[in-house]
Design a protein around this ligand. Structure first.
Ligand code: ZN
Length: 493
């Protein structure tokens, strides 16, 4: 077998192992009985330890050196495979095996503690685990290495090359215009409220209907329930999503569109990249651009609801029989500074991310103690959003990310929002009749363009490179701010 064939075999084996870990994770969040937690934590530690050993094997290092020597003769895809496997190998060889196993065990325990702490709205239950997680995340940054700031090492795990300084300047560009727009538009669009609860089965059915309409392939994926909606990949033909359902909220719609956007990305990856390191979205930021594209740009737009509102009325007559389309569209875009990130409108959302970024940066550089988080959280929410945090559950405990051991993840949400608006500008050039396309429900046209331009490439191109190929420009806050200005200006008249 030649070098490249050996490398591809190695890649497929590692991908199989990671999909097995993903299956265990899926089960933990969707079905696992609570008392299985400790046993599962041990299983994670064992399996991820074995996987890590395969990922740092000298055999793989030698294969990569051989493949790199032949780089000039390789196809674009094969060269990308070598690059992505090299990045992963370098990241993994910098982390000792005992560290990886211990981190895995700790995050498994932390997730259970987080669930309990959130249920009881008591940060003290989660605090000791979060303290250990922060220590380990700082250790992780030291192992991985960084040029300017330890947080750089963690950002780079999710968005290749992203630095603390870049995130800071992104928020400088965004913060003042966002705060000004929030002032202008807060309370200008009437919110929707519902006297009657949405039947649970009806919510799930409508979510499923929207997923089919946007092109989610249920023969290659499924929809389940969990505390925090997510998308995961268990195989090239197995891309799963979860959603959550509340009695009097429209989360079931926007959760489905959001996770559906992630899943379409994954389902759209070319067959030629199956079971390799390229069979994945290129970065979390680009991934989030796809979920935000469907959730907000498409799913909160009037044209989309011209097509789907009559069906929503039919599915939920008690809530919508007497509601006008325009009232509904203004309602789903209402600007209301609030406590919960996942419920935030498009204008306030990135301020929630800014708060998390500042906290994470403080925790990792050591300028902020875990014990101070509930107080710091309350202060920042008062300062940036003008809201009072009443409980830990609606405050510092609302996100699962830290329990997963993920620090440096949150900024990719804002990158996703910016990239979604920039990609939308490119789509409008391709399809000048975009409003008619959406109003007629021709979502296949939109999905087809995204698949061709973005999804099919998997991880072949670097995130910035892909964005330039699709939109002709590197990431910028300008298209996002222009999109918001036009949208909210129109909605508020
Ligand atoms: Zn997402």
């Amino acid at each position: 077998m030649n070098t490249l064939a050996q490398l591809k075999k190695y890649s497929a084996e590692l991908v199989d192992l990671h999909h097995t870990l993903a299956l265990m994770q899926w089960d933990q969040e969707v079905r696992m009985p609570r008392r299985a937690a400790e046993g599962r934590a041990g299983q994670f530690a064992t399996l991820s330890g074995l996987v890590h050993r395969r990922e740092v094997a000298p055999e793989l290092g030698a294969l990569l050196i051989q493949a790199e020597a032949q780089k000039e003769s390789l196809s674009v895809e094969d060269r990308a495979l070598v690059r992505v496997m090299r990045r992963s190998y370098d990241q993994n060889t910098r982390l000792p095996e005992e560290f990886v196993a211990e981190f895995s065990r700790l995050t498994s325990q932390a997730q259970m503690a987080w669930l309990e702490a959130r249920e009881q709205s008591d940060f003290a239950i989660f605090q000791p685990l979060l303290e250990r997680l922060v220590v380990m995340a700082r250790q992780q940054a030291e192992y991985l290495g960084y040029a300017a700031h330890p947080y750089d090492a963690l950002l780079d795990l999710y968005e290749e090359g992203l630095t603390t300084a870049q995130v800071e300047s992104m928020f400088v560009e965004l913060q003042a215009p966002l705060v000004a727009m929030v002032k202008r538009f807060a309370g200008r669009l009437a919110t929707l409220s519902f006297a009657e609860p949405f039947a649970l089965a009806g919510q799930e059915q409508f979510a499923q209907h929207l997923l089919v309409a946007m092109g989610f392939d249920f023969s290659r994926g499924c929809l389940a329930r969990s505390a925090h909606p997510f998308t995961t990949t268990l195989g090239h033909h197995d891309r799963r999503i979860t959603n959550r359902y509340a009695a009097k909220s429209l989360d079931f719609i926007f959760g489905a569109l959001h996770e559906g956007g992630h899943a379409l990305y994954e389902q759209g990856i070319a067959e030629s990249l199956a079971n390799s390191h390229l069979d994945d979205g290129v970065s979390l930021g680009i991934h989030e651009s796809q979920s935000r594209f469907w959730e907000n740009v498409v799913g909160r737009g009037r044209p989309f609801w011209q097509r789907f509102f009559p069906e929503l009325q039919q599915a939920f007559p008690a809530q919508f029989a007497h509601t006008e389309l325009d009232v509904f569209v203004r309602g789903i875009n209402a600007v209301t500074p609030g406590l919960i990130r996942v419920d935030a409108d498009e204008l306030t959302y990135n301020l929630h991310v800014l708060i998390r970024f500042e906290i994470e940066k403080g925790l990792i550089e050591g300028s902020l103690e875990v014990g101070a988080l509930p107080r710091v959280w309350r202060d920042k929410y008062r300062q940036y959003l003008g809201v009072e945090v009443e409980s830990d559950a609606d405050g510092v405990l609302q996100d699962i990310h830290w329990a997963h051991g993920s620090f440096g993840y949150f900024p990719t949400y804002t990158i996703g929002n910016l990239a979604a608006a920039q990609i939308w500008e490119a789509y409008k050039k391709y399809d000048p009749g975009f409003n008619q396309t959406l109003a007629s429900g021709d979502l296949a046209k939109v999905k087809g363009w995204l698949a061709k331009e973005i999804h099919s490439h998997g991880s072949v191109y670097l995130p910035q490179e892909l964005l330039v190929r699709v939109t002709g420009a590197p990431l910028s806050a300008k298209p996002f701010l222009a999109y918001l200005e036009e949208k909210f200006g129109t909605l508020a008249g």
